[in-house]
Design a binder for this molecule. Structure first.
Ligand code: AGV
Ligand code: CA
Length: 331
């Protein structure tokens, strides 16, 4: 089977960029045709740069194709904590993504990508694709919502499915702001609840949701990260391991609220459906501004058939970690 066309729509966190690396490391199964970056869990110029450097690295060493890397214009309703937003800056400085010959490739296409508008690029890539496209969303849903609102069915009919990291359904969320939130929302949805509402309510778009219910099975642990030492000769492996290595302290600082491979699991499912099971579950978003549970995703009373939403469950964690290790033996 020829590789499936995939757009990754991310927001520049550690695991967003590992998710991109994982997709790029599986060219037999997926062909990345676009990378859309939003100024949410990052400062967007840094995440734009790391994305381009990874693309260039894989182009130089594995002959994967170049594709548009485009920043969106969205600003969140509820911004991410500013201290989280610097991680892409650190990734941009890693030696493995700064090999001179690779950076030269990125620099030769950087300006033309810098001039793009992410939301327009997503719409055009989807609507002009000869084959239906999979969209892997590892940040807020603002861009997909914009495409639905602007182009409706013309856009939706060429999307195979949208595989989304977001929300917490039967488990606690991860937005804890003292005196403001009750901890039921998850950050990607909280950033732009109205966008999540537009996407979840759209009957024409098939959604597969990796909420905290499924991602809680895949913490980023020292045990997993240290296994990458055995394959450190590969640049892609160096990138994944260095990036994940800067996340393993989070659980120690905040027991029970550590760093997970949220986005990486979501992207891995695009590569291999064996990683989780899915169940049709009607979901709705709390959009009320300033409510303690603003941005919560919860089970809706009805509308299962209409909403076209599937919730991932029963994650196969061992299989996931193995896939992450295997995929990184490239470049
Ligand atoms: O809620 C998970 C989402 C994922 O898309 N992001 C991080 C992943 O990229 C927000 C987030 C939750 N906890 C975080 C987050 C933390 N401790 N540091 C950075 N981002
Ligand atoms: Ca993310």
């Amino acid at each position: 089977m020829s590789p499936k066309p995939v757009i990754i729509d991310h927001d520049g966190g550690h695991d967003d960029l590992v998710a991109l690396a994982l997709l790029l490391g599986n060219p037999e199964s997926v062909k990345v045709i676009g990378c859309i970056v939003t100024d949410a869990d990052c400062i967007v110029d840094h995440a734009f740069s790391v994305s381009g450097k990874l693309m260039a690295m894989m182009h130089a060493t594995e002959a994967t194709g170049l594709f548009p890397v485009a920043k969106t214009s969205f600003k969140g309703v509820n911004p991410f904590p500013s201290e989280w937003r610097w991680s892409a800056k650190n990734m941009d400085d890693l030696p493995c993504v700064n090999i001179p010959e690779h950076v030269t490739i990125w620099n030769s296409v950087r300006d033309q990508n810098d001039a793009l508008v992410g939301e327009e690029v997503m719409a055009q890539l989807v609507m002009s694709s000869p084959e239906k496209v999979i969209i892997c969303v590892t940040g807020p849903l603002s861009c997909v919502a914009w495409c639905i609102e602007k182009y409706g069915e013309e856009f939706c009919k060429n999307v195979e499915e949208c595989v989304i990291m977001g929300g917490a359904v039967d488990v606690k969320g991860n937005v804890f702001i003292d005196g403001r939130t009750d901890g039921s929302a998850e950050w990607n949805i909280f950033w732009d609840p109205a966008a999540a509402d537009t996407v979840l309510m759209c009957p024409h778009l098939k959604k597969i949701i990796f909420s905290l219910d499924s991602t809680n099975s895949v913490p980023v642990t020292s045990e997993v990260v240290q296994k990458f030492g055995a394959q450190n000769k590969y640049l892609l492996s160096q990138f994944v391991a260095s990036t994940w290595a800067s996340c393993t302290h989070v659980e120690l600082l905040n027991p029970g609220n550590g760093y997970y491979a949220w986005d990486v699991l979501t992207a891995a499912y695009v590569i291999d459906r064996g990683l989780a099971e899915v169940e049709a579950v009607p979901l709705e978003v709390v959009v009320e501004a300033n409510a303690p549970n603003e941005g919560q995703i919860r089970r809706a009373a009805d509308g299962a058939a209409l909403r076209n939403t599937y919730l991932a469950k029963n994650t196969n964690a061992e299989f996931f970690y193995r896939l992450a290790l295997d995929s990184a033996r490239r470049s």
